[in-house]
Design a protein around this ligand. Structure first.
Ligand code: COA
Length: 162
């Protein structure tokens, strides 16, 4: 069975991530969307909130599992018996960082490979930070995230109009 891991911060998940999940789920027998639980990195959402938002977004996919992980990605991959890491590339600027990560991961665990999927052009400008910035000023994020995530963002920024 081909088990792939799509790791990330997902703070929050956007349509760009969902596009990658959609395509990776057609390559993998089982795709694990793995949320990094990193207490040092400041996140808007808790890990449980991130998991909930991803669960809602991918509920129609039979072969997609959602989990959080701590520590090194390669250790988590070994535990899950996964040998392929999926990453999305939005622009050439992503490449240097991604290349370094892929090479370090491979140094740490020779059996792991990283597979890059080109982010749909439609979402190549998107990032979770940009979405959060728009939401924080009460802007419309409906083109970037699911209605559930948009709602969660509103709650976080206390912009509920009753
Ligand atoms: N569409 C839209 N946005 C995308 C995207 C896509 N397809 N792919 C990435 N992004 C955005 C994210 O929204 C995020 O935006 P932000 O910076 O505004 O929050 C940004 O690109 C990068 O996020 P992400 O893909 O979540 O990567 P990351 O750098 O936060 O996390 C891990 C990368 C979790 C894979 C990595 O840190 C890791 O493996 N950590 C574990 C420790 C480890 O093993 N380290 C050794 C390797 S060096």
């Amino acid at each position: 069975m081909k088990i792939c891991i799509y790791p990330g911060s997902f703070d929050p998940i956007t349509y760009g991530h969902i596009d990658i999940i959609n395509r990776a789920s057609q390559i993998a027998d089982k795709l694990i969307v793995a949320v990094l639980d990193n207490r040092e990195k400041k996140s808007l959402f808790t890990v449980d909130e991130k998991l909930d938002m991803i669960r809602d977004a991918v509920k129609d996919y039979d072969n997609v599992e959602i989990e959080s992980f701590e520590g090194l990605l390669v250790d988590y991959a070994k535990k899950k018996n996964a040998k392929i890491v999926i990453r999305g590339l939005r622009a050439v600027t992503d490449f240097e960082y991604e290349l370094q990560m892929a090479q370090i991961n491979r140094e740490l665990y020779h059996e792991i490979d990283t597979m890059f999927l080109l982010t749909n052009l439609k979402y190549s400008y998107l990032s979770s930070s940009a979405v959060k910035q728009v939401a924080s000023y009460n802007g419309d994020v409906s083109k970037f995230v699911t209605p559930y995530v948009a709602d969660m963002l509103k709650k976080k920024y206390n912009k509920y109009v009753v």
